[in-house]
Design a protein around this ligand. Structure first.
Ligand code: BGC
Length: 381
């Protein structure tokens, strides 16, 4: 089985097709209904959860970073449900954002003899050794959402277009402050994600490629002076860390009533920290605040006017696409990708499938989040 998979991979990598869009039937697939209430933070290191299905179709190991963030619970439960429905046995594990835990979970999956590994890494650069073990065992690896760096064992990458996430956030700020026409200057502060997460570079890079021009010409002013990636990164994407950095910035630069016009936040957990800090320490009008994931707490804040937008990455869509890829790998058919240029993990470009993100704000959240069945009205009360 393993040898067959390896040769299949080599040939499929060469003929990987270039397709546009993402899992065509995914968004409307009721079988992948989102577990909107899946915010349980306990049991991250739960014992192996293998499917009750016969597993005749194959055995898939799914390694997720943490249960602490809503999105990973949704990603995990959607993928598990879809894989089981397709007849695969599944071992899904969450690692409490601890790399050593994730490594040992993946080692166990290799020992158990999984046919394919799907991994959303915690630190994309810390899986080299266990990736080599997977390669030796002939197990193909799909990097899920986050690219695994510096390893030639990564067969495919499935994600939303991370650079586009950043540009959409930057464009939202540009358009809503009307930077091309308004006189300004406007004050902005910047928060991005964990430096060990390769995505953070793309989110930050995409947004700054839109905003740098206005910073350079003085129309956007970063009062704190904190604008380089290292200054604005948030370890573990932690809400508390973002909150305390925002509190310091407010105390040092805005306590005299200076208006804060915008805060670029790469995702919802950092946006929540910024919003908590503002709620306790800022009396002016709420600035434009960006986010990503459409977590329930943040969508509630969008409805309440405390967050302006969030990027919506429908976890049902990504899960469906990955389940499709797993099937194609196991069946030895052509694996669909639509990008063979953007994601070099240090060993070469990894054939990728990029889904397209969209933004949600108060004008379209009902249509995109409620009418699509992602959340119920009650979830957002
Ligand atoms: C994901 C985001 C998420 C962040 C924190 C990133 O890799 O792409 O959707 O908000 O990690 O978990």
């Amino acid at each position: 089985m393993k040898k067959k998979l390896l040769s299949v991979l080599l040939s499929t990598a060469m003929v990987a097709s270039l397709l546009v869009g993402c899992g065509s039937n995914a968004a409307s697939d009721d079988s992948a209904a989102t577990d909107a209430a899946a915010t349980d933070t306990a049991n991250d290191s739960a014992a192996t959860d293998t499917s009750a299905s016969s597993g005749e179709g194959g055995f898939v190991g799914v390694a997720m970073p943490t249960k602490d963030l809503q999105r990973w619970n949704q990603d995990g439960s959607n993928m598990q449900a879809e894989l089981e429905a397709a007849g695969y046995k599944v071992d899904i594990q969450y690692a409490s954002n601890d790399t050593a835990t994730q490594v040992s979970q993946i080692e166990n999956m290799i020992t158990e003899g999984v046919d394919v590994l799907v991994i959303a890494s915690i630190d994309g650069s810390s899986l080299g050794t266990v990736m080599s073990q997977a390669k030796e065992a002939g197990i193909p690896v799909i990097a899920y959402d986050r690219l695994i760096m510096d390893s030639d064992a990564v067969s495919y990458y499935a994600t939303f277009d991370n650079y586009m996430v950043g540009t959409k956030q930057g464009e939202y700020i540009r358009d809503n402050l009307d930077l091309d026409n308004a006189a300004g200057p406007f004050n902005i502060e910047i928060f991005t994600g964990d430096p060990g997460d390769n995505n953070a570079n793309f989110f930050y890079g995409g947004a700054m490629d839109v905003l740098n021009k206005y910073i350079d010409e003085g129309k956007l002013v970063v009062k704190s002076g904190q604008k380089e990636f290292a200054d604005v990164a948030t370890a573990n994407w932690s809400t508390e860390t973002a909150q305390s950095r925002m509190e310091n910035i407010l105390a040092s630069y805005y306590a005299d009533g200076t208006k804060l016009d915008a805060v670029l936040c790469s995702n919802d957990s950092t946006a929540l920290g910024v919003e908590n800090a503002l709620a306790a320490n800022y009396t002016g009008d709420y600035p434009i605040i960006t986010g990503q994931d459409c977590d329930i707490a943040n969508v509630k804040n969008i409805v309440a006017g405390k967050q302006s937008m969030s990027i919506f990455k429908d976890t049902r869509t990504l899960a469906s696409q990955v389940v499709k890829m797993v099937g194609q790998i196991i069946e030895g058919t052509e694996v669909e990708v639509n990008d063979t240029e953007s994601y070099d993990n240090g060993t070469g470009v990894i054939p990728s499938f990029l889904c397209e993100p969209v933004f949600v704000d108060s004008s379209n959240y009902k249509e995109l989040l409620v009418d699509s069945g992602y959340y119920t009205e009650a979830d957002l009360q």
